[in-house]
Design a binder for this molecule. Structure first.
Ligand code: SF4
Length: 492
């Protein structure tokens, strides 16, 4: 089949596939198996992801590359830590006066000609949007990326009613066409290889299955989506920030698709969680400097667009959504998770996330932020997620709004243990560990005994299907002397 190359402003693209017969393609691992309200088994899905070596290696490298870029950008700003402190302070201030700022936003947005709606939960959010679409006899909604609409299940809701939904963000569109959820809050299809995307587009858009050149694939997506955007009566975007003092909405994207969704159709709907509020326009200077650097390691998003009212002759609606946020605000240990600006930095740095893929969490939010948010939606279903962490604290160290993520993960483990959520085997082993670790003499005796016995234990005892610990690890070589014995011998 002939390979098509696309001319771009940056120069002619090259097909990245080698000439000659294509190598055997590794199947893309799929996400967690959802079984009603049963606890999502992250470990099981992670094991399948880990078995796909090409995918796991690409995923790990791609996200670590974002982490390194983030480090370079943040180190280039002398006042980085000061910015983090300011961002955290502004968010905490706004969250502790949420009712005042939301009402101020409503008043100013209404004065700008925006219709403000309030939604208690996902069902109400979906109903409000359906009503707006019906009022305009719209059978198509074009939208940009919004984790909130994922959270509310907007797309399946509208599709059930016969209203087509088109994702215009490239990664989201790939995921929509492959009937998968986004696996990352910023790069939704990051778990896919180029060859996976070529396969999805060939299957759904009729493109050349042998051409996995990113420029070619992007152009094909653009050609298929652009006429739909031009046709749509209603477009939807998310919101990165709601500015209380001006009633404006700020949307940060890199593809310009949100601007098309907001500006081409005559009706613009904004879906926004109530925690997106910030008091003043000048606060944006803090967040805009942090957001893109933390997310992608780039100084700024390509488009940072301010929407202050409907276009001439059009309509603009903002749906302010609670969906569990005020309940979370009342949780003493977990309310600061509402400061999250969805940059994804905690995901990029997390060794568990990088090696298990976002879909293995089986929830709207994956990675460290998911571990502390998801259980607020369903404590039982997401009861195992807080254990998918090494608690190394790297997530907390990179978070631009200083959420104590790893401490909240630990708190969730305590909550789950109190609710008897972990499996019996885990509960018993944790009780045993607690008994041992709280008795220094018994602990030291166990270490000495373990060191003496370990080298002589047959391999099958440590590495077998029952022992999950041994599946991905080797027991280190036992040193001749424990640290405690060395310390006793060498220090007074
Ligand atoms: S918790 Fe922090 S690092 Fe993670 S996505 Fe939210 S703002 Fe970014």
């Amino acid at each position: 089949m002939k390979r098509v190359h696309v001319d771009h402003a940056e120069g002619r693209s090259k097909s990245l596939a080698p000439d000659g017969p294509a190598p055997e393609r590794e199947a893309q691992p799929r996400g967690a198996r959802i079984r009603g309200n049963r606890p999502v088994d992250h470990a099981e899905a992670a094991e399948r992801f880990l078995a796909a070596s090409d995918h796991v290696s690409f995923h790990d490298k791609r996200l670590w590359d974002l982490r390194e870029k983030r480090d370079r950008e943040s180190h280039g700003i002398a006042e980085w830590e000061e910015l983090r402190g300011l961002a955290s302070g502004i968010k905490e201030h706004a969250l502790t006066r949420l009712d005042d700022y939301l009402e101020l936003f409503e008043k100013n947005a209404a004065a700008n000609g925006i219709v403000v709606h309030w939604a208690r939960d996902g069902a109400e959010h979906n109903r409000i949007i359906t009503d707006i679409l019906r009022a305009h006899q719209a059978t198509l909604l074009v939208k940009s990326k919004s984790m909130l609409t994922e959270e509310c299940g907007l797309r399946p809701h509208l599709e059930e009613l016969g209203i087509a939904v088109i994702e215009t963000d490239l990664g989201e569109r790939i995921q929509q066409l492959d009937n998968e959820d986004p696996s990352h809050v910023v790069v939704p299809a990051v778990h896919k290889l180029r060859s996976d995307v070529a396969e999805v587009f060939a299957r759904t858009l009729g493109t050349d299955p042998d051409n996995d050149d990113p420029a070619y694939l992007t152009e094909q997506q653009r050609r298929s989506n652009r006429p739909l955007i031009l046709d749509a009566k209603v477009g939807l975007t998310g919101a990165n920030f709601l500015v209380a003092e001006t009633g404006a909405i700020v949307v940060c994207t890199n593809e310009g698709n949100a601007d098309l969704c907001a500006s081409v159709p005559s009706v613009h709907i904004v879906s926004a969680g109530i925690e997106k509020i910030i008091p003043r326009a000048e606060d944006l200077g803090v967040f805009v400097r942090l957001l893109s650097r933390s997310a992608l390691g780039s100084p700024i998003t390509q488009y940072t667009s301010h929407f202050r009212g409907p276009r001439a002759g059009g309509e603009m609606h903002v749906v302010l959504v609670d969906n569990g946020r005020t309940a979370r605000l009342g949780m003493a240990e977990f309310w600061t998770s509402l400061k999250c600006i969805r940059c994804g930095a905690c995901m990029n740095t997390c060794p568990v996330y990088r090696r298990s893929g976002g879909l293995s969490y089986g929830a709207t939010y994956a990675g460290p932020i998911g571990l502390i948010i998801d259980p607020t939606y369903n404590r039982h279903k997401y009861s195992l997620l807080p254990f998918a962490s090494t608690l190394n604290g790297s997530c907390t160290a990179v978070c631009p709004v200083k959420i104590n993520i790893h401490e909240q993960i630990l708190s969730w483990r305590r909550v789950m243990a109190e609710n008897h959520e972990p499996k019996l085997r885990k509960r018993l082993s944790m009780q045993g560990a607690a008994a041992l670790l709280s008795r220094p003499a018994a602990y030291r005796a166990a270490v000495d005994a373990g060191n003496a016995v370990l080298p002589h234990i047959p391999r099958f005892v440590l590495y077998n299907p029952v022992n999950a610990w041994g599946k991905g690890r080797d027991v280190p070589v036992v040193p001749g002397q424990s640290f405690h014995a060395w310390y006793k011998a060498n220090r007074k």
